[in-house]
Design a binder for this molecule. Structure first.
Ligand SMILES: [Fe+2]
Length: 194
C-alpha cells in the first residue's frame, strides 16, 4: 500500500464509523457532506511533508477499541502514522496548563496543513496523555468528534460529558470546547468543514 492508498483506507474507515455512529442531525449532515467531498476530490498526499512524532505518541499503543468499525479506523490510522507530521498546539497562545505541550499531539490527515492538503475539510486526530486537560478553544468550522477512548469533553454550556469509546458529538461553528483525559490516554478523531 502506498501513502495515497493508506489515506483512502483511513478516510473510508472514518466515513463508515461516522455513518454508523453519528445520531445528532447536524453531525450527520456535516459528516455526510465532508465525506461526500472527500469521495469526489482527488486525495493527493503532499510528498514534501516530513514525518515527525513525539514521545507522547507512544500512548497510541495504549488505545484499545473493540473489533469492528472502530478497530478499522484505529488500524488505518496506525498504518498511516509513520507518514504523518504530528504537531503541537501553540501553547502560549492558548494559555495551556504547564506540561500540556509535551502531553499532547495532533495529527492532520486532511486539511490546510495536512498530509493531504484541502481547503475546506479537515480530518485529524488528537492524542492526550493521561491526566491532561486540553485548553478551551473555538474555531469557525463546525466539527464532529469521534471518540476512540474514554475521556471527558464539554462544548458550550454542556458541562463535562463522556461520549465513551465510539461516542460522537457535533460542535457548532464558534462554540467553545475542550477535552480532558482521566487515568488512560484520550484519543479522538475530528472532522471539520468550512
Ligand atoms: Fe476543535
Amino acid at each position: 500500500m502506498d501513502v495515497a492508498d493508506k489515506v483512502r483506507a483511513f478516510v473510508h474507515a472514518a466515513e463508515a464509523s461516522y455513518a454508523a455512529r453519528v445520531t445528532d442531525p447536524e453531525g450527520r449532515r456535516s459528516t455526510q457532506e465532508i465525506f461526500a467531498r472527500l469521495g469526489s476530490d482527488a486525495l493527493e498526499p503532499d510528498t514534501s511533508v516530513e514525518p515527525e512524532r513525539f514521545p507522547v505518541c507512544d500512548w497510541l499503543d495504549h488505545v484499545v477499541v473493540p473489533e469492528g468499525d472502530l478497530s478499522a479506523v484505529l488500524g488505518a490510522f496506525r498504518a498511516l502514522e509513520p507518514h504523518l507530521r504530528w504537531y503541537r498546539r501553540d501553547c502560549a497562545a492558548s494559555r495551556a496548563l504547564p506540561g500540556f505541550s509535551e502531553a499532547h499531539a495532533n495529527a492532520m490527515i486532511v486539511g490546510r496543513s495536512g498530509l493531504v492538503p484541502h481547503e475546506r475539510v479537515t480530518l485529524g486526530l488528537s492524542l492526550i496523555a493521561p491526566g491532561t486537560r486540553y485548553p478551551d478553544h473555538d474555531h469557525p468550522p463546525e466539527e464532529t468528534y469521534l471518540s476512540l477512548s474514554d475521556g471527558e469533553f464539554f462544548h458550550g454550556d454542556s458541562g463535562w460529558f463522556t461520549p465513551g469509546i465510539g461516542g460522537t458529538f457535533h460542535n457548532t461553528p464558534g462554540i467553545l470546547h475542550a477535552m480532558r483525559s482521566g487515568e488512560g490516554p484520550l484519543c479522538a478523531v475530528w472532522a471539520l468543514q468550512s
